[in-house]
Design a protein around this ligand. Structure first.
Ligand code: ATP
Length: 300
């Protein structure tokens, strides 16, 4: 079963087409990152999924229900964490958690205690007096402790220091262990996201450019370096992007790497020194985005 499913989901703000015909899904047990530049349409997509904005065209289902019809029964099973969400400023952390606990029958006190220990939140401090990172942690704690079936996070790491980011990641991983849940997260912090998700969906100017498991991307993308005194004879294959030459070195990014690729290179360039290097998700994302923005045709 898919926890999230969109079909040609679109949104216009006046004449601005923020999201164009987006079709993707997040299965039960799946964790997906929405990646894209500023203004790509990530927040608009998440707001449509959370019934905070109506699609102009197309549709989405969340937990099997049309996103436009989501109500208390579904929101009791969804955790939504976003910087634009407001918290009851006058409450202390403890009072806020007591209040949330009374709302959710599935609230897990043991998980609450573990998350409180990870986040080191001051229980007696008012929410209005929390720093941005502490507020994010309070929001995440209140969204995780009832063990939602779906966690939706919009830029949770934005502006947080590395320790706070690590604590938030640890908090999400606490829930991830339980298996029966799904995660959709939008973030620019790709290194942090890489630890949380199995799939990425890249949006550019409102359109989906790619949706693929991280392991698949990391197995088919490789940085390639070929050293040869006869560099003029080294021609990058059709599956490569970003070819560069400097001195006796040819470099490119192979987008269709398989276990047989190195052997093919050795056969094609017998006297050259060949090395191939795995790439992080961030490096792969940058390579894909730079290719799209260069507008060049070819492999991806
Ligand atoms: P960021 O990474 O900067 O948060 P994003 O990918 O979340 O960006 P959105 O906030 O969804 O992008 O914005 C997508 C497009 O819609 C942008 O062109 C933005 O200017 C526009 N937009 C967003 N909110 C509104 C609004 N309330 N009114 C008009 N246009 C808007």
């Amino acid at each position: 079963m898919n926890i999230i499913e969109t079909l040609n989901l679109s949104h216009m703000y006046g004449r601005t087409e923020a999201v164009r015909s987006l079709t993707f899904s997040v299965p039960k047990g799946g964790a997906c990152a929405l990646l894209g530049q500023n203004g790509a349409g990530k927040t608009t997509t998440l707001k449509m999924l959370m019934n905070l904005l109506r699609p102009t065209c197309g549709s989405a289902t969340v937990l099997g229900v049309d996103s436009r019809k989501l109500g208390p029964a579904q929101f009791a099973q969804i955790g939504y964490v976003s910087e634009t969400q407001t918290l009851p400023a006058g409450m202390t952390v403890q009072r806020f958690l007591d209040f949330c606990r009374s709302l959710y029958p599935s609230w897990d006190r043991e998980l609450e205690a573990r998350l409180l220990a990870i986040f080191e939140l001051p229980p007696e401090r008012k929410l209005s007096a929390l720093s941005r990172g502490m507020r994010m942690k309070a929001m995440l704690l209140s969204s995780l402790a009832y063990r939602p079936r779906l966690l939706v996070m919009d830029e949770p790491f934005s502006g947080l220091d590395p320790v706070a980011r690590e604590e938030l990641t640890q908090g999400v991983l606490e829930l991830a262990g339980s298996g029966d849940w799904a995660l959709l997260i939008s973030s620019h912090d790709i290194d942090d996201v890489e630890r949380l998700v199995e799939t990425v969906a890249i949006i550019d100017a409102g359109s989906l450019k790619l949706a693929e498991p991280v392991v698949s991307l990391q197995s088919r993308f490789r940085r390639v370096e070929i050293a040869s005194s006869q560099i003029e004879n080294i021609h990058p294959p059709g599956t490569c992007i970003h070819p560069q030459r400097s001195g006796t070195l040819s470099r490119w990014i192979e987008t269709g790497f398989t276990p047989g690729t190195e052997g093919m290179y050795r056969a094609a360039f017998p006297s050259a020194g060949i090395s191939t290097h795995p790439m992080s998700l961030k490096e792969i994302y940058l390579a894909i985005m730079m290719k799209h923005h260069a507008g060049t045709k070819g492999a991806m």
